[in-house]
Design a protein around this ligand. Structure first.
Ligand code: NAP
Length: 280
């Protein structure tokens, strides 16, 4: 079997167009504020891409860059000002922050209604209990990629590799909400392949090259690769050994061009959702 490649770039384009239509219908521009502290080059690229996507969708976007020495109180004061700014509907603080800043305190300072990253304890609680709310963009994007296959999730066995608060755990909860039977694996899982070989859906969110190989995949499975790694030659790759797994899986996402573009598209959808709620 050769897997069908799930084109994340094309799906993301469709969602970005939907976000643009939603923004136009709103009568006011949804506003996203992005805060970047420090000079991490990868973060600078992510932030630029988010702001560019906002502009292309007709959103208002505000990029605030601060040097790595910014104090916690100064950052919290900026967040408080953006919480009160009625032109801003979503606030995103790019992670990771410099070591002296407390990411938990910073995330909790964002008004829950503007938490478009979905990382706050309020958003996590809403997801946990099945209440409506803002879901973390990357796992939400993975759900859309899975749904795009047309395979019904009800009763399927899904294995999530990774249990971070930003990807693995919310991913598992979204799959559970969609009536999949969910197994979560992590670094203390003794036999990863034992679990993945039984899975109809595997989501790999580890950050390690070749975590999932062809021998670990059930024929026909849906494989979603969240990982972003760099090979020795400098090229980007995911956690999945793409060339071999594509011969076994039914559907597979590439890296790049899979989950990455969907993360940005879902950020726009979340900002639109926050703006719609604010302007109701
Ligand atoms: P993270 O916080 O480092 O979490 C990695 C998870 O993988 C942890 O739960 C860890 O287990 C688990 N793990 C490590 N080694 C393992 C192994 N040998 N077997 C099974 N599980 C193992 O990373 P993250 O933030 O979730 O991100 C994961 C990857 O996705 C990274 O490559 C990141 O760059 C990428 N990412 C991509 C996007 C995108 O838009 N495409 C967005 C976010 C993240 P423990 O909990 O036991 O340590």
């Amino acid at each position: 079997m050769t897997a069908q490649i799930i084109d994340g770039a094309a799906l993301a384009k469709a969602f970005r167009a939907e976000a643009a239509r939603g923004a136009a219908a709103l009568g006011r521009r949804p506003g996203l504020a992005v805060i970047l502290v420090g000079d991490d080059p990868a973060s600078a690229v992510y932030v630029r891409n988010k702001v560019k996507a906002c502009e292309e969708a007709g959103f208002h976007s505000l990029l605030e860059r601060y040097d790595a020495q910014m104090t916690q109180s100064a950052l919290l004061a900026r967040i408080a000002a953006l919480n009160a700014d009625t032109t801003i509907h979503g606030i995103l603080v790019q992670m990771p922050l410099p070591k002296h800043l407390d990411p938990h305190a910073v995330i909790e300072a964002i008004a829950p209604a503007k938490d478009v990253d979905g990382f706050s304890t309020t958003s996590a609680g809403e997801l946990m209990t099945g209440l409506p709310g803002l879901r973390p963009a990357t796992p939400l994007g993975c759900m859309k990629l899975i749904e795009s296959t047309g395979v019904a999730l009800r009763g399927k066995h899904a294995v999530v590799i990774g249990r971070s608060n930003t990807v693995g755990k919310p991913m598992a909860l979204l799959l559970l909400q969609a009536n999949a039977t969910v197994t979560v694996c992590h670094s203390a899982t003794p036999d990863l392949a034992l679990h993945t070989r039984q899975a109809d859906i595997v989501v790999a969110a580890v950050g390690r090259i070749d975590t999932l190989t062809a021998a670990m995949v059930k024929p026909g499975a849906i494989v979603i690769d969240v990982g972003i790694n760099r090979k020795a030659d400098g090229k980007l790759c995911g956690d999945v050994e793409f060339d071999s797994v594509r011969d076994v899986a039914g559907f597979i996402t590439p890296v790049p061009g899979g989950v990455g573009p969907m993360t940005i598209a879902m950020l726009l959808m979340n900002t639109l959702q926050a703006a719609q709620a604010a302007l109701k």
